[in-house]
Ligand binder design. Structure first.
Ligand SMILES: [Zn+2]
Ligand SMILES: [Zn+2]
Length: 415
């Protein structure tokens, strides 16, 4: 009799001590799987704030946050994690600190990265997480995330909002259709808006301000994270569909996306070799390592394969003079392609000029034998290789191997 009484008391204490008791009662729930999960969240804006809060309260073990922006006053009505005094601070860092505060277990880890999701984070980052969540307001980053997720077969869930509506789509590579399959002409055009016609960064971008409200972002985030829980706990999830909600009329639709046979978003790496290197090593050091016999052998050639473009020089858009750049195209601003001569002659830079292509000299492949010495002395980062990237290297016989820079860890963990 006494034993039974003690047992009941113990059970009650245990339930009260377990913050996840109620959710663990849900059919198919697996708290341990959530505890062991690594989830990478792109965007700490309206949807991102809600999603991070949800992941923290659910008990996800390791949350990674990426954003390039700083907090502004107009964000505050849609962001549960930000406060008035946060203006001007990094969204990723503050979101990470507050997410960590919300986490219910000491073992929960939260890491952040302040930078460009398209160009600063390599494919290897995507390889080492269980799931990627897109909480974004732009098409360019969605394309980039989609491509990297397919390359390393990591599932991702896109969420978007507009006025009182929103949508969520789950993608589980190698299954198609992917996000890019369903892209419209308008989206493809929108993905290029940061760049001039020759891939340089526009100095002036007309940024539209989206009409959004917190009630929509919390709704869409809830659907996104519910799909995330199903994926992480190995429950069935329908991929390649767009869950679409229109709040004005309360229409809830599920739209099947259609595979595009010509889509370039489905490639995946056959095998990935981890190299104990960072992108801060010189190109020469990297090529020396992959030229070892047990890797790609002598004459190993790093091939960008159209992934990015290294520009040696361009002709001035105004007078045609050669301007030396030696940078990846995404770090070149369109104003840099006007030479000192023109500037001193007071030729004014204008938008029309930035849309005129200039002739340019690019380097698509790099090898110890053929690449110029001053380029070999540059670091991988300087030639445009992001953190923890996976690089394609061709050997003498034309066979490719894929190497991950496995020592890069650009994230900071909240202590
Ligand atoms: Zn596709
Ligand atoms: Zn000029």
């Amino acid at each position: 009799m006494n034993d039974k009484k003690n047992f009941l008391v113990n059970e009650i204490i245990e339930i009260d001590d377990n913050p996840f008791d109620r959710q663990e009662r849900i059919r198919g729930w697996d708290q341990q799987k959530l505890r062991n999960s690594r989830v990478l969240v792109f965007g700490a804006g309206a949807i991102g704030n809600e999603t991070l809060k949800n992941l923290a309260l659910l008990g996800v073990g390791h949350i990674y946050i990426v954003d390039f922006d700083t907090i502004s006053t107009s964000n505050l009505s849609r962001t549960i994690l930000f406060r008035r005094g946060d203006k001007g601070r990094y969204k990723a860092k503050i979101a990470a600190q507050r997410t960590k505060n919300l986490a219910l277990e000491d073992s929960a880890k939260v890491s952040w990265f302040h930078g460009d999701a398209v160009w600063d984070l390599g494919t290897g980052i995507f390889r080492h997480v269980d799931l990627v969540l897109g909480c974004l307001d732009n098409v360019e980053t969605r394309f980039a995330i989609n491509k990297k997720c397919y390359l390393v077969k990591t599932p991702w869930i896109d969420a978007g909002i507009y006025e009182l509506g929103g949508h969520v789509s789950v993608f589980t590579p190698p299954q198609v259709p992917c996000y890019q399959c369903g892209a419209t002409e308008q989206q493809l055009k929108a993905a290029r808006k940061r760049y001039s016609c020759d891939d340089f960064k526009r100095t002036v971008i007309s940024e539209g301000k989206m009409p959004t409200v917190q009630i929509t972002s919390s709704l869409v985030s809830a659907i996104q994270v519910q799909e995330a829980v199903k994926l992480l706990t190995k429950q069935p999830v329908k991929s390649g569909k767009k869950i679409y909600f229109q709040g004005r009329t309360n229409d809830f639709d599920i739209i099947s996306l259609v595979e595009n046979k010509n889509c370039t978003g489905h490639d995946s790496y056959p095998e990935i070799i981890s190299l104990p290197l960072k992108n801060s090593v010189t190109l020469k050091t990297f090529l020396e390592v992959v030229s070892e016999n047990h890797f790609s052998g002598c004459n190993a050639t790093l091939d960008f394969r159209g992934d990015r473009t290294f520009i040696k020089s361009v002709s001035c858009k105004s007078c045609g003079v050669d301007i030396k750049l030696n940078k990846p195209s995404f770090r070149i601003f369109d104003t840099e392609t006007i030479c000192e001569v023109c500037r001193s002659n007071n030729v004014k830079f204008n938008q029309d000029l930035s849309d005129k292509p200039s002739t340019r000299s690019t380097v698509p492949t790099f090898s110890l034998a053929k690449t110029e010495k001053h380029i070999l002395e540059m670091t991988l980062w300087d030639i445009g290789i992001p953190y923890r990237h996976i690089l394609a290297v061709c050997d003498d016989a034309g066979n490719y191997k894929y190497y991950e820079l496995s020592m890069d860890d650009p994230f900071s963990e909240v202590i």
